[in-house]
Design a protein around this ligand. Structure first.
Ligand code: ZN
Ligand code: MN
Length: 507
């Protein structure tokens, strides 16, 4: 059975009802150090091809590498934030293989003596589609080690791939940029949540790395890249199945989709009595499926041996503790604190995160709004607008300070809720600050009694039956008259004052 034929034969729901998925994630992160891992070249993204190179990162004979102290410190930061043990001594190894984009033809990497081991990252998994309560999950970390990035090949020809290319070009600017690899232990017990656990883990890791300030974590530029391991075993089986490794998945959504499609593909193979081949696979963004890459090398294929040109890294305990003391408040702890301070449920908090509104709400509160107002405006009016245009909340042309000002205008009675929505609409349309929109569109609430009394009298005259009901004590009927006054004033009347005036007139 071909790959294509096995696809779509088993639904995801069917697959996870009969098989237990086991996932594992290997994430590569380019560090945001000033210079490369073993030389003084700038560790910058882009640049004229082959302009950010020197004899060391070009692997010229006789050149000698020197370890970047800041890269070691950043890696320890990551390890400590992930609750890892920092080794007393770590060693670099040579990992040999033929890669045209690696000028030395080996990669310097940590192999049997990584800098950080045995940690964990706590995540909260919430699948809004399933409507479940958010569920805490601990992902255990096997190791965090340091290595160097490779260069980039460009295949020139109609397809842009190596097959059928006329010639290939290599840019070594990226070769030697410090790269941290974060490897999880196998994550069991996820069941149908496997795609969401994988996605949430990478999202949480990205937030953590961003908070640590060690990388710009741009998945689309490749500074955060994810390899996703997936295997299946029949429900309750004692041994795990054969895994595949889907390489370089470069968006959060694709991480979930890659796990999902591998689960379906492997279930179809196992159902047909075939075996899963241990191999690396590529994720195809268009089809949402994976296709085979090279068959997976075993560790011995890389012929690791200790790097003779570098001394071991032996961070002093003082250094480790000073790095620990510099750790900022981590995203998980910050969320727990904000949830407490704002008095939100786990589900409310998940809704804020899913909408990408957490930081915006925090900034709106910092600008003076109440937590309830900040949440209300970002999750209702603004989220609707963003969804309509397919934009992210953060990309809308309105600032947290603007939103806080709108809430303040409502509080002080300058505008009511309906007018406030118009103010927001005006800000989004580029008509200026909330105050400028209020002036420009003439949105101030009419609370002046002289103007309102005239409108109230007109409404009473136009609805004698309603007026009679109120006179006879049915105060609830006043709503209809308030509505009529609001309509007559284009929604600009102060509704509570209108109600008072009506009841005063008819008592
Ligand atoms: Zn260099
Ligand atoms: Mn690696």
């Amino acid at each position: 059975m071909t790959d294509q034929a096995t696809m779509n034969l088993v639904s995801f729901e069917d697959a996870v009802s009969r098989y237990d998925p086991l996932i594992g994630l290997e994430t590569h992160v380019e560090l945001g150090t000033l210079t490369k891992m073993f030389c003084g070249c700038p560790a910058r993204f882009g640049g004229e091809p082959n302009s950010l190179v020197c004899p060391v990162c070009l692997g010229l004979p006789g050149s000698l590498p020197v370890t970047n102290r800041m890269a070691i410190e950043y890696t320890m930061k990551i390890g400590l934030a992930l609750n890892c043990t920092i080794a007393d001594t770590a060693r670099f190894a040579r990992k040999n293989y033929f890669y045209p984009d690696m000028p030395k033809d080996y990669q310097i990497s940590q192999y049997d003596e990584p800098l950080c081991t045995d940690g964990w990252l706590d995540i909260t998994v919430h699948d809004p589609a399933a409507g479940d309560e958010p569920r805490p999950f601990r992902v255990e970390i096997e190791r965090v080690h340091l290595e160097e990035d490779t260069g980039k090949s460009m295949h020139v020809g109609s397809t842009g791939r190596i097959h059928g290319a006329e010639y290939s070009l290599v840019d070594y600017n990226r070769a030697g940029i410090p790269l941290v690899e974060i490897v999880t232990k196998p994550v069991a017990g996820t069941g149908a949540l496997a795609p969401e656990v994988a996605r949430t883990y990478v999202a949480e890791l990205r937030d953590l790395l961003r908070a640590l300030g060690v990388s710009d974590v741009r998945m689309e530029e490749g500074s955060l890249r994810c390899d996703v391991n997936t295997s299946l075993a029949p429900r309750g089986a004692s041994a795990w199945g054969t895994r595949t490794e889907t390489k370089n998945v470069n968006s959060l959504r694709s991480v979930a989709r890659a796990v999902r499609s591998e689960i379906q593909r492997q279930a179809a193979l196992l159902d047909a009595g075939q075996r899963v081949v241990q191999e690396t696979r590529h994720f195809n963004e268009e089809t949402g499926t994976t296709s085979p890459g090279r068959s997976k090398e075993e560790a011995q294929d890389y012929r690791y041996f200790p790097e003779p040109d570098l001394v071991p890294v032996a961070p002093s305990r003082d250094w480790v503790e000073s790095v620990r003391a510099q750790l900022p408040e981590l995203p998980g702890a910050r969320r727990a604190r904000l949830q407490r301070e704002w008095g939100l449920s786990e589900l409310d908090m998940a809704a804020l995160r899913n909408a990408g509104a957490l930081d915006l709400v925090a900034e709106t509160i910092a600008a003076g709004a109440t937590p309830a107002d900040a949440r209300k405006w970002w999750l209702s009016e603004l989220l609707r607008t963003a969804n309509k245009s397919g934009a992210e909340l953060g990309d809308l042309p309105i600032t947290p300070a603007d939103v806080a000002r709108v809430a303040q205008l409502v509080d002080s009675g300058v505008v009511n809720d309906r007018l406030a929505r118009e103010v927001i609409e005006g800000v989004l349309a580029g008509e200026g600050t909330p105050d400028e929109v209020v002036t420009g569109r003439g949105l101030v609430v009419v609370s002046d009694d002289t103007a309102l009394t005239a409108a109230v009298d007109e409404a009473i005259a136009a609805h004698p039956d309603v007026a009679e009901k109120i006179r006879s004590g049915k105060v609830a009927a006043a709503g209809a008259l308030v509505g009529a006054v609001m309509k007559a004033t284009g929604g600009k009347a102060d509704a509570s004052r209108v109600r008072e005036l009506i009841l005063g007139r008819l008592s």
